[in-house]
Design a protein around this ligand. Sequence first.
Ligand code: AMP
Length: 197
Amino acid sequence: MKIVLLGPPGAGKGTQAQRLVEKHGLIQLSTGDMLRAAVAAETPVGLQAKAVMDTGGLVSDEIVIGIVSDRIDEPDCANGFILDGFPRTVAQAEALDRLLGEKGTSLDAVIEVVVDEGILVSRMENRVKETLAAGGQVRKDDNSEAFRTRLEAYRTQTAPLSDFYAKLGRLKTVDGMQSIDDVGRQMDAIITQVVAA
Ligand code: AMP
């Protein structure tokens, strides 16, 4: 099963992706996590991506498409994956269709986590507090300035993907304002439908 999770930063995509990993044995492919690993390892991609990530902008399509293309070729992805944070632009969505088409496959579902934008900043602030309380390291882009840029990037570059996938008849939505468990149940219902189709 190949699933894309769409939604703004703070919508809960990562949390839901992890739940799907545990429940359905899928692999989570988070381009944000892959890029942060590349930054930490100071790879050429990481060195290129770091500044733009710190300020909340989008890394170039070329870089992220390259990362995803390499990753989905690995054997552990053969049975499917959940893309969390990719695609984020129409060009990335088109590239994804092309990459999957070349392998004779396609996406099974695109699930958008729909939330009221007003709650996103406080969710990010809570995440920072929880991370600090647990003695963890706060993400460099979890501050109000970078978060504003991330939201703006979402509005202008990623939100058009809802229409893109809706026109292809692939878009499903869940109400992301509900509890983590309730959102998870909505996701499970969609997956059950997809498997049955
Ligand atoms: P995330 O963990 O998904 O919030 O991503 C953190 C940051 O990584 C984003 O703000 C971007 O700078 C970068 N990033 C992650 N995924 C993508 C993508 N698909 N396209 C461009 N930039 C990305």
